[in-house]
Unconditional design. Structure first.
Length: 206
């Protein structure tokens, strides 16, 4: 492993560790929830102002359909520990068996790298200033979860630690996970405040 790669991973680990210690001191664990509800796009108006066809049933008849669970490509609105800290987070894509961005770095024996690209739009009144590397995990079909790896891959640029996004603006980055070669991934999770926020977003893979 090259000296540069070791230094990069050590620096990222130290920065992330400092962020986690700070956030854990103020984290609130009550009311924790997992949000699987994607944002809904507004329906297009009918042509020439036409009204939808009347089904002949009163509006209050029949149970409302439950919203579909969020999947890769969907956006989930998330809240942080402070009211001013909110963001629309999208799990953009998943790159399985991602290749190393450093010729000296490889997954451990029996492991593979999976890179997930996230898009974060700061929707609160203050900037998103966080450590995305500590905010995400992937979960396999057996319920086993895997945290991030301090690894750059050819899938694309990783998030920096910390990542700062001004209110109303958007940022993108990859987070890489080292998982067993035979693990079948099922879900992606992401939370604000380095994952310490009460609310966690969840996306189905596939």
């Amino acid at each position: 492993m090259s000296f540069t790669a070791v230094a990069r991973r050590r620096s990222a680990a130290l920065l992330l560790g400092a962020a986690l210690v700070t956030l854990s001191a103020t984290a609130c664990t009550s009311g924790a929830s997992v949000s699987t509800t994607p944002q809904q796009t507004a329906a297009a108006p009918a042509a020439d102002g036409a009204k939808p066809a009347d089904s002949g049933k009163p509006a209050d008849q029949g149970a409302a359909k439950a919203p579909a669970a969020a999947k890769v490509g969907d956006t989930i609105a998330l809240k942080g520990m402070e009211k001013s800290n909110t963001a629309d987070v999208t799990a953009v894509k998943v790159v399985d068996n991602a290749e190393s961005g450093d010729e000296y770095l490889k997954p451990a024996d029996g492991k593979r790298w999976v890179a997930v690209q996230f898009q974060i739009k700061a929707t609160g009144t203050k900037a998103y200033s966080d450590a995305p590397l500590g905010a995400a995990k992937v979960v396999d079909t057996q319920g086993q979860s895997y945290g991030p790896s301090f690894t750059d891959t050819t899938a694309g640029p990783s998030f920096q630690t910390p990542t700062n996004i001004a209110p109303g603006e958007t940022g993108k980055g990859f987070i890489t996970f080292e998982v067993p070669k035979d693990a079948k991934l099922d879900k992606i999770q992401f939370g604000l405040d380095a994952g310490f926020a009460d609310q966690t977003g969840q996306w189905k893979i596939g």
